[in-house]
Design a protein around this ligand. Structure first.
Ligand SMILES: [Zn+2]
Length: 269
């Protein structure tokens, strides 16, 4: 599933193509994409509107329009955007400059939701997302308060989007390796010095991902067809049985909250 660095990479490539452009024609090909709303209703709302900005909030892509409407896209497992025709297209945007942007989704879990900017949108986003980890509201003390009230394993708490917006399975593991803290520890048992390390590590792991245009695993592709290279830089994710890059101990794999979790049993106590 695309996480913050992947969605941010997609946003950065879509913005110059979409911002200022009018949606001359909108074609939604899969009713699952807009449900519970009717796809024709959504098509009508979007068609003829001009894109003001392409933004990101957590794992959501956010297109703001001149009309005051906003389209909130969640890519879920396999959603992606592309500039050249491909298979499994679920929606197509034809722009007033003659160009075309298609939404592709093999497994069809992605969602398109149109909301009104006046209140509705902010409420929806605030309910689903905590602070942006690379923004100023995400502080070590804020993270400490969130962890202190939960007994669940640290990793499971970090995957809660209301704690850290945009963090997912890959970058949570990478961050905890950098922080030298075990993903299995009860969240409320971290010392404040460890919380500080986790806070810094979340930011550095995500920044590393953005710099490398995300990680290319299975279905993720950037809109211009290039692929991210973060997968070549993983310190711990997917490396079970391989030596830890810091201490040479064999990387272990566990399941936390149903998700595959990789960590070094020695330097992540
Ligand atoms: Zn180690």
């Amino acid at each position: 599933m695309p996480e913050l660095p992947e969605v941010e990479t997609i946003r950065a490539q879509l913005a110059p193509r979409l911002e200022g452009r009018l949606l001359a024609r909108v074609e939604i090909l899969d009713p699952r994409l807009t449900r519970p709303y009717d796809l024709f209703e959504v098509t009508e709302e979007l068609e003829g509107d001009r894109v003001r900005s392409v933004e990101r909030r957590g794992k959501y892509l956010l297109l703001r329009f001149e009309s005051g409407l906003a389209l909130l896209v969640h890519l879920r497992m396999t959603g992606s955007f592309g500039f050249t025709p491909t298979s499994h297209e679920r929606a197509v945007l034809e722009l007033d400059d003659g160009s075309r942007v298609a939404y592709r989704d093999v497994r069809r879990f992605g969602t398109w939701l149109v909301l009104d900017e006046g209140g509705e949108l902010e409420q929806y986003l605030a309910r689903k997302n905590g602070p942006e980890p690379l923004g100023t509201r995400f502080t070590a003390s804020w993270l400490g308060v969130q962890l202190a009230r939960r007994r669940a394993p640290l990793k499971a708490v970090l995957l809660d989007q209301r704690v850290v917006a945009g963090l997912g399975n890959i970058y949570a593991d990478e961050a905890l390796w950098r922080a030298r803290v075990s993903p299995l520890r009860p969240a409320n048992e971290l010392a404040s010095e460890e919380v500080g390390r986790v806070h810094r590590a979340i930011r550095s792991a995500l920044r590393a991902g953005i710099e490398r245009q995300g990680s290319t695993l299975r279905d993720y592709a950037t809109p211009d067809g290039t692929s991210g290279s973060m997968q070549d830089e993983f310190r711990v994710y997917g490396r079970d049985g391989e030596p830890c890059l810091r201490c040479r101990t064999t990387i272990a794999k566990a399941r936390v909250g149903g998700r595959g979790t990789w960590y070094c049993p020695r330097c992540q106590p």
